[in-house]
Design a protein around this ligand. Structure first.
Ligand SMILES: [Zn+2]
Length: 260
């Protein structure tokens, strides 16, 4: 099954035509996970999951928002308790040194609270990592250290943007890596190299819509149905049939997020 493992139809970018975009998803008979970045967008993700077949929600406070609001763990727990079938992950959480490395410690503290919430509820984590502009820090090494120390067993590092060596670190923990439309326009060749090396059973595909629109839709707002282009590119890199890539990445998402 085609599954967009990380998307944001819960964001304002879809306020004017959300029903239409949802209709495109239903026509494609795909499943998707709307990912929250703060409490209100987490609530919205849950609401969309309640209303639509094959829609699921991940809830959390994005590392770039750790100073904007408090991470009230009890409120997130309530969201899980009232929607146990539909809340299938915690996040996005993680570390972001691109937007604000001054909050590094605060981000770590909130990341640890997300890990605690995920473990308590036997849910997977959706993890965001982004390095600073000058690449002085090593966000993936820091994420690896935390995940290893906390013995996290169920997680995806979404929109992976690190090196081959950093990808190997995450795979050493037997966790998943998520790939977006960037694979369709990555001129560095690094992502293709990583995908070539990776076992297919650790790959998730995603759009991160409304951002990161794949080729051939560059310039347009992204939407979940375009996740197929990510599968097409991975199939090309791994010299496989697209349908096979769609099936295996869909099965991976179902397994990680325990989707029946
Ligand atoms: Zn995202």
């Amino acid at each position: 099954m085609l599954i967009d493992s990380h998307t944001h139809l819960n964001f304002q970018a879809y306020d004017d035509d959300r029903a239409e975009v949802i209709d495109h998803c239903q026509q494609a008979k795909m499943a998707l996970i709307n990912v929250g970045a703060a409490f209100d967008s987490s609530q919205k993700a849950v609401e969309l999951a309640q209303q639509n077949k094959n829609f699921y929600a991940s809830i959390g406070l994005h590392p770039i928002h750790v100073l904007d609001e408090e991470f009230k763990i009890a409120d997130y727990q309530k969201l899980i308790d009232s929607n146990p079938e539909k809340v299938i992950a915690i996040g996005e959480t993680g570390l972001d040194y691109f937007h604000n490395q001054d909050t590094k410690e605060k981000q770590e503290e909130i990341f640890l609270q997300h890990i605690e919430l995920a473990k308590k509820n036997d849910l997977a984590l959706i993890i965001h990592g982004r390095n600073d502009k000058e690449n002085r820090l090593d966000v993936y090494q820091d994420i690896y250290n935390i995940l290893k120390e906390q013995q996290v067993r169920e997680a995806v590092v979404h929109c992976f943007g690190g090196s081959l060596e950093q990808a190997r670190l995450i795979l050493d923990l037997e966790l998943y890596l998520g790939f977006t439309g960037i694979v369709t326009f990555d001129k560095t060749g690094v992502l293709a190299e990583i995908i070539k090396m990776m076992p297919l059973d650790k790959i998730l595909i995603e759009t991160d819509a409304p951002y990161l629109t794949p080729v051939p839709y560059r310039g347009k707002r992204n939407e979940p149905v375009y996740v197929k282009e990510v599968a097409v590119k991975i199939a090309e890199i791994k010299n496989m049939n697209v349908e096979e890539v769609i099936k295996i990445t869909g099965d991976n998402a179902k397994q990680l997020f325990k989707i029946k």
